[in-house]
Design a protein around this ligand. Sequence first.
Ligand code: FPP
Length: 257
Amino acid sequence: MEKLLKGKLPRHIAIIMDGNGRWAKKRFLPRIAGHKAGVSAVRNVVENCRRLGIEILTLYAFSSENWNRPSREVNALMDLLGDFLKSELKEMLKNNIRLTTIGEIERLPGSALKCLQSVCEETADNDGMILNLALSYGSRNEIIKAVRRIVSDYSEGKLTPSDINEERFSRYLFTANFPDPDLLIRTAGELRISNFLLWQLSYTELYVTNTLWPDFRKDDLIKALEDYQKRERKFGRTSEQIERENWKGKMCNPKDG
Ligand code: FPP
C-alpha cells in the first residue's frame, strides 16, 4: 500500500465481481460454494478500500439478467445477501461505512429487501465510505427509467427540452448522487461491460484481471490501483494540455508538488 500515491487514488471504484462459478467448478464444488467464497472477497475489498480512503465502492452483486439463473442459485444468492447484511451491520457502524443501493431493489424477496432497507437506514449518517451495492441492476433499464421520468416531468411542465443536458440527465439515474467511477475492475478475465453503468463509465479507466472473484485480495486491489496510477486521464484533451494544467496547478499550490 505504501507504494501508492495518496493524492492519485480513485474517488470511486466499481467492480464487476465475476468468476464465482469457475472458482467452484475448479474445485468440483457446487456454484453456490463459489458465491459463498465470493462473500469473503467482498468483506476483504470493503475493508481494504476503507483503509485506503476510497470514498465510494460500487459492487455489481446481482444483475437484472441474473434473475434468469436457476431459482436455486437465485435463492442462495438472496440468502447470502441477507446473511452478509446481518453479519456486517456492526462492522459498518464501527467503521463509519454507509450502505446504499442502485437497481430495482423492489424485485428482491421480502426478507432480503427488509434487511437491505434496515441496514441502509441504520448506516445513513455514516460518512467514512459508501458501499454501494448494484442489485437487480441493469444499465439499459436504468436509462429507460430515467427517460420515462424525464418525459413525465416534461408533460407536467417541470422542464423543457433545452433543460436537458448531461448533468441534468445524470440526476435521473440511480447514481444521481455519486460521481462517475474513476476505475472499473473486472475479475475473471472477460472483456465486456455486461450492462453495468453504461452512461457512468464513459471516462472510467478499465482494469481486467484473470483472478477469479473469490481469490481477489489486497494484492490484486493494489495491482489494479498501481496500474490506474500510471494512466493519463485526458478526458478528450491532449497530453500537452494536461501537462500545462498540472504545471499551472503546481505553480498555484507549490506545497502540493
Ligand atoms: C458472478 O460470478 C457473480 C455473481 C453473479 C454474483 C456475485 C455475488 C457475490 C460475490 C456474493 C454475494 C454478494 C454480496 C454483496 C453479499 P458467476 O457466477 O457468473 O461466475 P462464472 O462466470 O465463473 O460462472
